[in-house]
Design a binder for this molecule. Sequence first.
Ligand SMILES: *Cc1c(COP(=O)(O)O)cnc(C)c1O
Length: 248
Amino acid sequence: MTNTPATAPTNRNAELAAGLARVRTRIADACAAAGRDPGEVTMIAVTKTYPASDVVALIGLGATEVGENRDQEAAAKAAEVAAAGVTPRWHFIGQLQRNKAKSVVRYADVVHSVDSVRLARALDRAAGAERDRPLDVLLQVSIDGAVGRGGALPGSADPDAGLDPLAEVVAGVDGLRLTGLMAVAPLGWEPDRAFARLAEVAAGFRVQHPQATLLSAGMSGDLEPAVRYGATHVRVGSALLGMRPTLR
Ligand SMILES: *Cc1c(COP(=O)(O)O)cnc(C)c1O
């Protein structure tokens, strides 16, 4: 195969522009159907597996938020993007090990996947050491209550697994700012049922934590039902950038 470096970036730019237009239209249509202002819904471009050049191109096309789910890949990409003089807001959306906290707080503006007290404390310590302002966090909620697949449990007082005990810790430390909730629709659930349940959890949660107004829900396949049930942030990868070579 021959490389065509002179034309490939232009074609990629056109592809990304078309993807962005399609996703923006979907979000606008979903907002119209739900009677919501499209300004209430922020699109996070999930660029995992795609190169830094795609991030730079997307920001050039008007995107502002970028999501990644693996620290090693994200740290390198964020450095490359910064070196290009481009400054998106970086959202860390994947399962996070405590030993990666110190790295993630250096480039991430927001972490969506905080689901344990131990992780929250590690991020708080890291943020205190590495940052000059608190890290915005969303607490990941388990919609189906299944343990082990990520997400704190609504309605559980278990200090290791419950959403409320976790929220109290996050709200009480200096290095973190509690801004909302995040969830992924469980496999095998109708998205409408999953996001209706999430909306219920979020409404109850805001009684205790009125500052936690963000709701991160919805991906390429289910952003419409997520918007219907109040998502403020949708995390869109494949619909924007194309199918990823590997399932992750
Ligand atoms: C990969 C990923 C997305 C984006 O998924 P698409 O189906 O490609 O839109 C959203 N959220 C999380 C947590 C992800 O890991």
